[in-house]
Design a binder for this molecule. Structure first.
Ligand SMILES: [Zn+2]
Ligand SMILES: [Zn+2]
Length: 240
């Protein structure tokens, strides 16, 4: 019988064999191969990447054309943040001058998410945001701050503040959510399901399970329209 051992298991096995063979010789701790822990900066980058929303607009980040009309929409990554473009030509153009694309996409996302922003006060200080807050996008998500110093504070620990923002979105939107009994991926939410409320682009989305949460996070542009339609339908049906 052949047993396939993964490389790491094998090297541990060899280390144990070496130890056994030389039981009366001291083997320094450092001679035993240990699995390398991932470096701290990579853990931080992973946490940042998973806290960010994926690109959710239906327009190419480079040319503004509708995604999907020229085949599969490739993803481009700039400073950990993910974008989608309509073609490999647009991907090349994006990578050549990302800042201009980022600025354009930010302006679109700020205008798009403003009506959904759940708070009239600052996430940092609780101060009223006033009529002209500082608006900025981190990880495809709109944030609003009272002043540039608060913006810098949020950007210094965005993972913490995006969690806080998610809680505020769910608190503000769950009572008026348009499809409380339906998952946009699977359909009916069954009594045996444990639904999960997630936030994408400052909008609440209820899904029936963790798998559907991953599906919506990966391709939010396929599901946000459905949720929006249901929200609008529900608010139209509600008496004033
Ligand atoms: Zn394009
Ligand atoms: Zn599900």
């Amino acid at each position: 019988m052949r047993i396939a051992l993964p490389g790491r298991t094998l090297s541990w096995f060899c280390a144990a064999a070496v130890l056994g063979a030389c039981s009366h010789e001291r083997i320094s701790e450092s001679a035993i191969p240990r699995p390398e822990p991932p470096p701290a900066d990579r853990i931080a980058t992973d946490e940042i990447a998973t806290s960010m929303d994926t690109y959710y607009l239906s327009a190419c980040a480079q040319c503004g054309g509708l995604l999907g009309t020229r085949g599969d929409a490739p993803e481009v990554v700039h400073n950990v943040r993910r974008y989608r473009v309509c073609s490999s030509a647009c991907a090349a153009a994006f990578n050549l001058a990302p800042e201009a694309c980022v600025e354009r996409v930010n302006a679109i996302m700020i205008a798009d998410q403003r009506p959904y922003y759940p708070l009239a006060v600052s996430l940092v200080s609780g101060r009223p945001l006033g009529p002209h807050p500082v608006e900025f996008v981190w990880g495809n998500r709109l944030f609003r701050a009272s002043d540039p110093a608060e913006r810098d504070l949020i950007l210094s620990d965005p993972v913490r503040y995006v969690r806080q923002l998610n809680r505020a979105v769910l608190a503000a939107q769950s009572s008026s959510y348009g499809m409380p009994d339906k998952c946009p991926v699977q359909g009916d939410i069954l009594p045996s399901d444990v639904p999960i409320d997630i936030v994408v682009a400052n909008r609440m989305v209820r899904v029936c399970c963790g798998r559907c949460a991953r599906v919506v996070r990966a391709r939010p542009y396929q599901y946000l329209g459905m949720v929006e339609y249901a929200n609008k339908h529900r608010s139209d049906a509600q008496p004033p």
